[in-house]
Design a protein around this ligand. Sequence first.
Ligand code: E4P
Length: 223
Amino acid sequence: MRLYIDSANVEKIRRLTEYYPIAGVTTNPSILVKENHPFLDTLRQIREVIGTEKELFVQVLGETAEEMVEEATFITDRLSGSIVVKIPVTEEGLKAIKLLAGQNVPILATTIYTSFQALMAALSGAKYVAPYVNRIDNLTGNGVKVVAEIAQLFAAYQLPTEIVAASFKNVQQVHDVCLAGAEAVTVGHELIEKLIAFPATLADVHAFKTEWQKTFGTDLLHS
Ligand code: E4P
């Protein structure tokens, strides 16, 4: 299982990369707009923070396959390190995925709401697919079930494409897609900080220290 940060906030990414086992950073146009800063500069700063080996995901805006391919080239020409181009699963998107996969450009097929969209993207050569778990739930669907179906289809047809489950609003959704067979999740910075937060853990740590201080009069083993 891999954990990506779904954010373009450089300071948050810096902090989370220090503490958590982060595999890379995913962005989309809304995430980059939120930073209100020239997007190439933001992406270069993120690259500096995460290094060249961790994956950095950038989404295209074009509506035709030709526009998407041009944007993919624009991005890969200007950014160093491991770049994954995000392409929405429309008809034009599938065409772009086929063209780019033919040039060995790693693609994440995004904005996925159904397992069949994921299957089409995988057959077209996408390296990753990103089902939008919470957005599916918001449409009275079941995001976790869609992830489980995708995992089942990829296993049945022995497809190498991996699931990077996306769009989460709570820790339960993240937990459930991991059990459903997602190879990776991409999670916003606020939610990553909640993944391991549990009040009983902090209370236990505090109790251990208090007992120790009372008996030995020190705060640390070596002091
Ligand atoms: C990630 O790649 C997606 O763009 C993102 O997770 C969408 O999340 P949202 O539904 O919270 O906007």
